[in-house]
Design a protein around this ligand. Structure first.
Ligand SMILES: O=c1[nH]cnc2c1ncn2[C@H]1C[C@H](O)[C@@H](CO)O1
Ligand SMILES: [Zn+2]
Length: 389
């Protein structure tokens, strides 16, 4: 239970990460080195730590739009085959060092064409980095499986082409399709043709929705665009009533009510649909605090949603901008929101169940890797939380 769980123990647990941006997790040392090579001018004081701090502080603005402005400096150094390969390979090594055993890493191929690469060359460079990173991590005794998700930017007009690219590389390192970028003013239905194309191809879709904008965005993502998962989806709390407000109006109180008596919270029809149909929520606590989607880790709706038994998964979003890792996300919930080992095991199994990986491979990772490690870590003082139906 909480009292016996240490940060070191959490660091050693196997983790599953479904929502991590490749261009949001570049090592600051790599940004510095590659920027010098290509003559890209960077903010900060010229040091690795200074640049990392610049990303964190600039992203800490309370606004998604300002958070996203920082990506210009990572995207700038991901414009050649070698640079994409390096960033992808380092990403895998960093995730493996954090205990991640399965990850889906997303990026927008259309943002990496500034120096003449084609969309296919971008995907192939990243795939090559992922494969070599996996091989090196395995050789170092930290096996990890990584798949790519191809993102289309929601303010742009290339989503159908990116969806076609995702289908073309399905089974060759690419597991699905996503849209990202500023949410307000750019509803998911703007990209309906791309989503319909994915559905016709029986391919997987996740959509950034319910982060900076609320229920209409979630509704469109699910009911018009057929999303299999929600990127963030934290604003589903707007449809869960406290009697005098919603979960997202007063998340600290909602967490308390959910812990004391979950049946006291009333679910609107969309909130009920999301829970009943087990829609996976790719929740990213530190990122949400930075963009103003949640007030703090302690008061983040993830805890109420977990107590209400939504299909909650825990994610990093952008390790560089949010100065985070999976260990840090987990440990913050333990220290600040009362999570215990069973909660961590539960979100990890939830994530593996929700991965865009073939069923037999998901099952093998759950049975052979995740469950045995969490059983070994268990103090034996509590029964594991039962799986959701
Ligand atoms: O949290 C986010 N919400 C919406 N868009 C995001 C978020 N994090 C990163 N992005 C954008 C910026 C990246 O350049 C792009 C592709 O990874 O996705
Ligand atoms: Zn994201």
């Amino acid at each position: 239970m909480t009292s016996s769980l240490t940060r070191e123990q959490v660091a050693g647990l196997p983790k599953v990460l479904l929502h991590d941006h490749l261009d949001g997790g570049v090592r600051s040392a790599t940004v510095l080195e590659l920027a010098a090579q290509i003559g890209h001018e960077l903010p900060g004081d010229g040091t690795v730590d200074g640049l990392a701090e610049w990303f964190r502080a600039s992203a800490d603005s309370g606004s998604l739009e300002r958070y996203l402005e920082t990506f210009v400096h990572t995207v700038a150094v991901m414009q050649t085959r070698d640079h994409l390969y390096r960033v992808a390979r380092e990403c895998v090594l960093d995730l493996a060092a954090d205990g991640v055993v399965y990850a889906e890493s997303r990026y927008a191929p259309e943002q990496h064409l500034q120096r003449g690469l084609t969309l296919d060359e971008v995907v192939e460079a990243v795939n090559a980095g992922f494969r070599d990173g996996e091989a090196q991590a395995a050789a170092e005794g930290r096996p990890i499986v990584v798949r790519a998700l191809l993102t289309a930017m929601r303010h742009a007009a290339q989503s159908t082409e990116i969806a076609e690219l995702a289908v073309r590389y399905r089974g060759q390192g690419v597991a699905g399709f996503d849209i990202a970028g500023a949410e307000a003013g750019f509803p998911p239905s703007r990209h309906l043709a791309a989503f319909e194309m994915m559905k016709r191809a029986n391919a997987h879709v996740t959509i950034h929705a319910g982060e900076a904008f609320g229920l209409p965005s979630i509704w469109e993502a699910l009911q018009l665009c057929g999303a299999d998962r929600l990127g963030h989806g934290v604003r589903i709390g707007d449809d869960i009533g406290l009697g005098d407000g919603t979960v997202t109006d007063d998340p600290a109180r909602a967490n308390q009510v959910a812990a004391d008596d979950p049946s006291a919270l009333r679910l609107g029809s969309l909130a009920a649909y999301v829970r009943d149909t087990r829609v996976p929520l790719e929740l990213c606590p530190h990122s949400n605090v930075q963009t103003g989607a949640a007030p703090s880790i302690a008061a983040h709706p993830i805890t109420a949603l977990a107590r209400l038994r939504y299909r909650v998964t825990l994610n990093t979003d952008n390790r560089l901008m949010s100065d985070t890792t999976m260990t840090k996300e987990m440990w913050a919930l333990v220290e600040e929101a009362g999570w215990d080992l069973d909660d961590l095991r539960w979100v990890t199994v939830n994530a593996m169940k929700s991965a865009f990986l073939p069923f037999d491979q998901r099952l093998a990772l759950i049975e052979d890797v995740i469950k045995p490690a969490y059983s070994c870590s268990s103090s034996g003082s509590s029964a594991p939380r039962s799986e959701s139906p």
